[in-house]
Every structure is written in C-alpha cells, then in structure tokens.
Design a protein around this ligand. Structure first.
Ligand SMILES: *Cc1c(COP(=O)(O)O)cnc(C)c1O
Length: 397
C-alpha cells in the first residue's frame, strides 16, 4: 500500500522512476538481428570478437565469456582449485553469488567485514580471517568503486591465495590507472540488464594466466576439448573430441555477445553520464549532515553502477524503512543493495549468525539505492534530489 506524499501534498514526481534501467538503441537491435540472420546462434564468431574486445578494454591477456556473472564466479573458483573443505573469504555486502560460488565448490564462505566508509571489504579483516584452509578471496568492487587491490594482492601473494575480483559493478573503471580486469588473478563481469553494459544475461572471466585460462575454457564447456595436445587418447578421426574433466554448459550465445559488443561501443558515453549524475547527487547530498556520502578512494577512477544514499539515523526522526517508503510516496522507487549474505535462511541453516560483520550490518540498516542509469534526464536527477531533500527537511531532528 502506497502512503501519501508528505502532508498529503503532491509527490515531487508525477511518474515513477526506478533504480536501474537498461539502454538499448537501434545499433544494439541491428547487431542482434544480424546474428539471428546468420549461421551461428551459439559457438560462432561473436564469442571470439567479444573476448578480444574485453581484452582490449581491460588489457587482460585472456577473456572467457560465459552464460552469466554467477557462472563466471563458479568457473573462476573451480579454476582456482577451490574444493571440498576449503574456505573462501568474501564480503557480506554483495549479491549472494559472490559467496555461493564457494558453496558450489563444496567450500565454506568466510565473511570479512567492510570498511565503514568505502563499504568495500577491509583488507585487514581479510588477513585476519585467513586460516590454513583458505584457498581464495572473492573481492567485490561494490557500486563500481574498485576494491583496494594493492593490499589485497600483497596479502594473497604472501599466503598463496588466489584473488578473484567480482567486478560485476566495475566495467570501465581503473585502479591506479590500470583497468580493472587486468590486475587480480581473475576478474569476473556480469552483463545483467541492471549492470552498466548488458547482454540480457552474460558473464566473463578475465585473466593474465594461461593455465587458469585453459581451465576456464574447459569448465565453461563440459570439460570437453578439441585441442590434441590436451588429449589422452589417439585422435580417432576428424569428429573426435575428449572430455577430460567435468565442466558445464555455461556458454554464452552469439546473440548475447553481439548485444554486448554493441553496448561496449557506448561504454564511454554510459560512463560519462553516470559520472555526471553521481556528481550532482554528491554535490546535493554532501551538504546535508543527515546523509553520509560514500567515501571515494583516489586510486579508483570510478564509474558507479549503484548510487547509495546513506542516512545518519541520529539526525533523522525516521529510519531507513520509513525513508524508503517516503521516497516511494514521492514516486522515487529505490532498492537496497545488499542484504548481508549471511542473513539469508540458507546461510543461517549452515550456522552463520548475525553480529559477524558489524560494519556491514550497520550499513544495511542505513542505505537506499537511488535511481542511476544512462537514460535518466537532468530533470529525473533533480527530482530525485528534490524528493530526498523534501524528506530530510521534513524529518530532520
Ligand atoms: C550481478 C552480480 C553478480 C551476478 O551476476 P549475474 O550475471 O546476475 O549472474 C555477482 N556479483 C555481483 C556483485 C553482482 O552485482
């Protein structure tokens, strides 16, 4: 049930706005229809073309595109050798897939707390969580701001761990001038429609390591190879291939790949517009003591995938839930990213308890994701700001 806008007055916006929306143009539609008229709907030329393009974008030596970002995390964890009895350290402030990839491999996710101001995983907490069973770290570039990769890489190197960067939010961002995707042992991307670049569904793993690359290829496609040098038996004929390990069908279609290729041409434009909107939000909200603006680290040239409005509870008469409802009454429909992963019943049943990561739990109580996407107009942006201001002014203590 929708509550009326403050004092029963008119909502700031006449029409609803939501937190994310894809942007598809005629070039995208044409790219997809060209594939539909071609010989290959899957396993065709668009796959290699997209992989090349992702390598060019990130500077990574190898790219393996796959069905979605979750599949990318799964094959990355398998390629890192994550298996039964191992531990994988990750953040609780992420989409469940960042932790589920450890469960898929029969390993145990271990949650390390976030930095209270950047909201990214705290490298000191990662180091404190390492045990003899730790195999990998899944570090998430939350909202599109790069995790502080330098200390994480140093820690992983010292302890012999694989660093998997869950870069679902980070496409187009650089860390210390180097594109995310070419830095960690493996970086995964997602092309879900709420992400900066979409293929409907889609994912990718980037790496500079040839051994990991070969494993990723096998896990993506049933563990099957046509590479004679990898085969155990004699080539039986031109049809012959071998399954040399147990992989999956995590392939991407050429339809998705063509859409992503076309979308990537617009990445500079997507980036610029998102940065403009974020700048406006930061200018407006930075002046308001009732709100806390996410701290930016200078190492990350951030393109935000999400904009997080954070309330300072002591300075407002309402809590996050009431703020969220008040925004909805103004026709501004936010979201919350994320519920700490270990709050979910599936995790509770495995023994995870609340209280594990206090910074993450506090963040979760105070945040709302505001609309942020390429197609937002200046009027949309200003109306969101106006709605937030209206609520803050009304409920200020
Ligand atoms: C979207 C997302 C994923 C999963 O990607 P899918 O393509 O939806 O499977 C993983 N991690 C994070 C942080 C995400 O935002």
């Amino acid at each position: 049930m929708e509550k009326p806008a403050i004092e029963g007055g008119r909502p700031v916006r006449e029409t609803p706005i939501f937190y994310g929306h894809q942007y598809i143009d005629e070039a995208d539609i044409q790219a997809v229809t060209e594939v539909l008229r071609s010989d290959f709907l899957t396993c065709g030329p668009k796959i290699g073309e997209l992989e090349k393009k992702l390598c060019a974008l990130t500077g990574a030596k190898y790219a393996v595109v796959c069905a979605n970002g979750t599949a990318a995390l799964h094959i990355a964890a398998l390629s890192a050798g994550v298996g039964e009895g191992d531990e994988v350290i990750t953040t609780p402030i992420t989409f469940a897939a960042s932790a589920n990839c450890a469960l898929y491999c029969k390993a145990r996710p271990v949650f390390a707390d976030i930095d209270p101001e950047t909201y990214n995983i705290d490298p000191a907490k990662v180091e404190a969580a390492i045990t003899s069973r730790t195999k990998a770290v899944v570090a998430v570039d939350y909202t599109g701001q790069s995790v502080d990769l330098a200390p994480l890489m140093e820690i992983c190197k010292r302890h012999g761990l694989t660093l998997i960067e869950d870069g679902a939010h980070v496409i187009g961002t650089t860390y210390k001038g180097q594109p995310n995707g070419s830095i960690a042992d493996m970086t995964t991307f997602s092309f879900h429609p709420v992400k900066t670049v979409t293929g409907g569904e889609g994912g990718a793993v980037l790496t500079n390591d040839e051994t990991l690359y070969q494993k990723l290829l096998l896990y993506r496609s049933h563990g099957i190879t046509r590479d004679e040098t990898l085969m155990e038996h004699e080539l039986d004929g031109p049809w012959y291939y071998e399954q040399i390990s147990l992989g999956f069908n995590y392939r991407m279609t050429d339809i998705q790949a063509a859409l992503i290729i076309s979308q990537l041409d617009k990445l500079p434009m997507f980036r610029a517009r998102r940065q403009e909107i974020v700048k406006r939000y930061n200018e407006a909200f930075g002046k308001m003591p009732e709100l806390f603006v996410q701290r930016e680290i200078p190492e990350s040239d951030t393109t935000r995938h999400l904009y997080i409005l954070r309330i300072v509870p002591e300075k407002l008469k309402i809590d996050r839930r009431q703020f969220f409802d008040a925004l909805a009454a103004e026709n501004v429909h936010g979201n919350v990213h994320y519920i700490p992963v270990y709050y979910f019943p599936h995790y509770e049943k495995m023994g995870y308890k609340r209280g594990l990561c206090p910074n993450a739990e506090k963040l979760y109580e105070e945040i709302i994701s505001l609309p942020l996407y390429y197609g937002m107009s200046d009027e949309d942006t200003e109306s969101v700001i106006e709605a937030v201001k209206k609520i803050v002014d009304y409920y200020r203590v």
